[in-house]
Write a protein that binds this ligand. Structure first.
Ligand code: SF4
Length: 326
């Protein structure tokens, strides 16, 4: 690959030392960084896909307490795994994690692959995740490219396609500390070379940067669509009425939620409201209190058991607000 402009890779090799020194001093103290255990790294990388660090933090250690090893994860029921994933969204990740754990235990006697190529053969593991696990847990010199790294490389080198960025990432990778280097460049993208206005005055590799953020097409976030909806919160003693989504639904199949209210509702019927965002939709959800079962389909579930069911993110939010679950 030839990147445009005067910058070349030999010169860029100079960025390794200051970038790693900056990372050693400034990296956030995140729980998965304390471990080189491939199981821990794998779980954290899957949780962090399309999910903010702040949302993953409270779930990561709890998940590992519940499923402390790949064997425990493989022998769990998928509903228990989904329940523990509740609130993180994108539940296909949890199903794939569970399927891959079964495969590792059944076909590899619980031994993790040690290289990125073999990791990629497991369910739910793409090029990024395979490289992240193999470089961090096993020191394989393979580069990662996520949104943060791509942004840094486009600014730093002027790369103008994902293909160029993958190539550049591999060429500038520090081969002695590949896992740390991958995390360092991701951390730079998350903390300094941020979307919008990069903080170039704080950048440890600013002198090597081709653009310093100039000349970027500013992309505005897609506008969120406002949507109103209503759900029934029916309780009886210490039970709540829940319905299970059909197994062939495209979104959140098999998960539990409150029944939807399709009829018009009066303002004085609303117990409380919650906001809930999913991709480009911003939902304002009205919750209506009911004492009888609102529909034939569904079942009464004890409060203590509701905590253990795979609930949708919205159902979790409503039941927490109603003090039904923790
Ligand atoms: Fe990003 Fe600015 Fe550093 Fe360049 S100098 S890599 S634009 S933070």
């Amino acid at each position: 690959m030839e990147l445009r402009g005067p910058t070349n890779f030999r010169r860029l090799a100079q960025l390794r030392r200051p970038l790693l020194a900056w990372y050693d001093q400034n990296r956030r103290d995140l729980p998965w960084r304390a471990s080189r255990d491939p199981y821990h790294i794998w779980v954290s990388e899957v949780m962090l896909q399309q999910t903010r660090v702040a949302a993953v933090l409270p779930r990561y250690e709890k998940f590992l307490r519940r499923f402390p090893s790949v064997q425990k994860l493989a022998s769990a029921r998928v509903t228990s795994v989904l329940a523990e994933w509740s609130g993180l969204g994108y539940y296909r990740r949890a199903r794939n994690l569970h399927a891959a754990a079964k495969e590792i235990v059944r076909e590899r006697a619980g031994i993790f692959p040690q290289d990125s190529e073999t990791w990629r053969k497991l369910p739910g593991i793409g090029r990024y995740t395979a490289a992240a696990i193999a470089s961090i847990a096993f020191g394989e010199p393979v580069a990662v490219l996520d949104g943060n790294v791509d942004r840094v490389l486009r600014r730093l080198l002027g790369s103008n396609s994902v293909r160029e960025s993958w190539n550049a990432a591999q060429q500038i990778l520090d081969r002695k500390r590949p896992g740390d280097f991958n995390q360092a460049i991701m951390e730079l993208g998350a903390m300094v070379c941020v979307p919008g206005e990069p903080l170039c005055s704080q950048c440890p590799i600013g002198t090597l940067c081709r653009t310093r953020g100039r000349g970027e097409a500013r992309t505005s976030k897609p506008k969120q669509r406002k949507v109103s909806s209503s759900f029934a919160l029916a309780t009886r003693g210490d039970s709540v009425f829940l319905v299970q989504r059909h197994a062939d639904e495209s979104l959140m199949p098999g998960m539990w939620e409150m029944p939807k209210v399709e009829s018009l509702i009066r303002r004085d019927e609303v117990l409380f409201t919650v906001r809930h965002s999913i991709t480009v939709s911003d939902y304002l959800v009205s919750v209506i209190a009911q004492s009888a079962a609102p529909m034939a389909r569904g079942t009464w579930v004890k409060y203590a058991r509701a905590n253990k069911l795979p609930l949708t993110g919205l159902a979790t939010k409503i039941l927490r607000k109603a003090n039904i679950i923790e």
